[in-house]
Design a protein around this ligand. Sequence first.
Ligand SMILES: Cc1cc2nc3c(=O)[nH]c(=O)nc-3n(C[C@H](O)[C@H](O)[C@H](O)COP(=O)(O)OP(=O)(O)OC[C@H]3O[C@@H](n4cnc5c(N)ncnc54)[C@H](O)[C@@H]3O)c2cc1C
Length: 536
Amino acid sequence: MPSYDVVIIGAGHNGLTCAGYLGMAGLKVKVLERRRVVGGAAVTEEFAPGFRNSVAAYTVSLLHPKIIADLHLFDHGLRIVERRAQNFLPTVDGEYLIAAEGHTERQLAKFSRNDVERYSGFNHELDTVADVLRQLALEPPPNLTRGLTLETIREVLKAGRFGNRLRRLSTENLRILYDLFTKSAGDYLDGWFDGELVKALFGFDAVVGNYASPYTPGTAYVLLHHAFGEVNGKKRLWGHAIGGMGAITQAMAHAAADHGVEIDTDAAVREVLIEKSRAAGVVLADGRVVRAGVIAANVEPRRLYTTMVPREALDPAFLRRMQGWRCGSGTFRINVALSQLPSFTALPGHEPADHHTAGIILAPSLGYMDRAFCDARQLDVSREPIIEMLIPSTLDDSLAPRGAHVASLFCQHVAPQLPDGRSWHDERERVADLMIETVDRYAPGFKASVVGRRALSPLDLEEIFGLTGGDIFHGALSLDQLFWARPALGYADYRGPLPGLYHCGSGAHPGGGVSGAPGHNAARAILADRRWYRRG
Ligand SMILES: Cc1cc2nc3c(=O)[nH]c(=O)nc-3n(C[C@H](O)[C@H](O)[C@H](O)COP(=O)(O)OP(=O)(O)OC[C@H]3O[C@@H](n4cnc5c(N)ncnc54)[C@H](O)[C@@H]3O)c2cc1C
C-alpha cells in the first residue's frame, strides 16, 4: 500500500493549489518542497533589515477567482488591493502617459486624437479575446490521442466543446484571435495606435519574461496572456496582495493544511521512483523514499524529465523533445529599499501620488524595446534596458519602515546564459548598477535614495527557485509550447508519458503567471482518473 495517495514535487503556488483541491476531495497528500519556504516564485522575504518585498513575482491579476473562492483564500487572510493608477510611462524628456480607469483617453489626447478614438475599440477587441482565454484557462486543451479508446472518445468530445466555443465567435473575432496567436505585438499595436507611449504600455506585456523583441512573431500572444486576469472582479487590472505575493501562497498553504495536506520544506526530491513502468514514489536528496500512487510535478518539465525521471523509463523521442524544451527569460530582478519616493523629471514630487502606485514602465517605445532585445543578443545585457518599477509600499505599510519604501524592479533584457564560461554571479552587481542608473535617468536622485538592495540574475532565479534559464513561465509561451503542445503533443491533459505521473506546474496549460490554473486542472485530471480506476 502506498503511504500517500499523492506526492506533489514542489510547493509553488500551483503545487499548493493542486494539493488544496486534492485534500478537499479527501485524498492523503504530501507536498515536498526543496526550499525552506513554500511559495516558489510567489514569496515575500526580508531583503534588507526592516524591508520586505515579493522576491520574484510582484503583482497579481491572473490568479483565477474560482480558485480564490474554492480555496477560501480571503478567509485565509489574502487581501488584494487595486493600484490607484494602472500604469505610468514617463520619458526622460518630460512627457508622460498615465493609464487609469476612466482617465486614459484624456491622457492619450496629449499625443494623438486618432488614438483617443481607437482606444475603446482596441479594448473591446482585447476584452473579447481575453474572455475566451479566461474560459480556456481552467480547461485542459484537447489532447492528441490514438486508436479507438475511451480516452479518444473523451478527447473527441472535448475537442467538440472547444470547437463550439470558438464557433460562437464571429468570423472577425476569430480572425483577431488568430492574429493574437501568430502576429508580433509590434505589428498588432502599430495597426491600432500612432502614439509611442500607448504602444509601449501594451508592448511591455509582450516582452515581459519573454526573451524577444516586440516585433518577434508570436509576441502578441504573450500580450494576450497578460490580459486574462482581473482584480476583485475588474477585468485586466493588476493589483497588489497585501503582505506581498507570499500572502497568496501562505493562504494557499493554510487552505491545503486545513484539508489535511502535509507540507515538508527542506525536502528536495532527487528522483521519481519508477516501478513496473509507472510512477510509484520519489527519492529525496537525503535518500529517503516517499511512496504514493500518484506523483504530481510542480517543477519545470525539462528539469523533471532530464534530471529527475530515470532516462531508461522514457521513450528516447520524448526525452529528446524535453531536452529541447525552450526555457530562458531575459529577466533580471532587483528589490530596492528606498529612503524616499522617486521624483520623475516628467512628473516631479517625492510626496505619494497616484502614479507612484502604478506599474511604472521605463521603456518609451516599441523601438526602444526592440533595441533592448537586439542589444542583449549581441552584448548579453541591453545598454538601455526595459524596466517596470513597482513601489508596493505605497499601497501596503507592512513592507517598509514608516516614511521609507520598497520597490520591485523587473528588468529585461539580459541573456539567460552568459557565453564563454562567464558566470552571472560575477556580473550580477555590475548589471544591478546599470539597472539602478537607468531608473535614475528618469528620476534623478533615485540612485542616492537606494539604502539596500538584492539583485537576482537569471542564474540566481534558476538556483534559488529552480527556474531553468530564469524562465518565469517554466518554458516559453510560444505557439510550439502552448495549449495542446504544453509540454508536448499527446501530454497536454496533465498526464505525463508514465502512468501515475502528472504535471501540475506552469509547464502545463495555460502556462506561467500566478494563476493557479495548471494546479487546478491537474487536480481535476488526477481525481477523474481515480474515479475511472475505482469504477473499473
Ligand atoms: C522574477 C519573476 C517575476 C515574475 N512576476 C510575476 C508577476 O508579477 N505576476 C505573475 O502573475 N507572475 C509573475 N511571474 C511568474 C510566476 O511567478 C510564475 O510563473 C509562477 O510563480 C510559477 O508557479 P509554479 O507553481 O508553476 O512554479 P514555481 O513557483 O516555480 O514553483 C515550483 C516549486 O518547485 C520547487 N522545486 C524545484 N525543484 C524541486 C525538487 N527537486 N524537489 C522539491 N521541490 C522542488 C521550487 O523550489 C518551487 O518552490 C514572475 C516570475 C519571476 C521569476
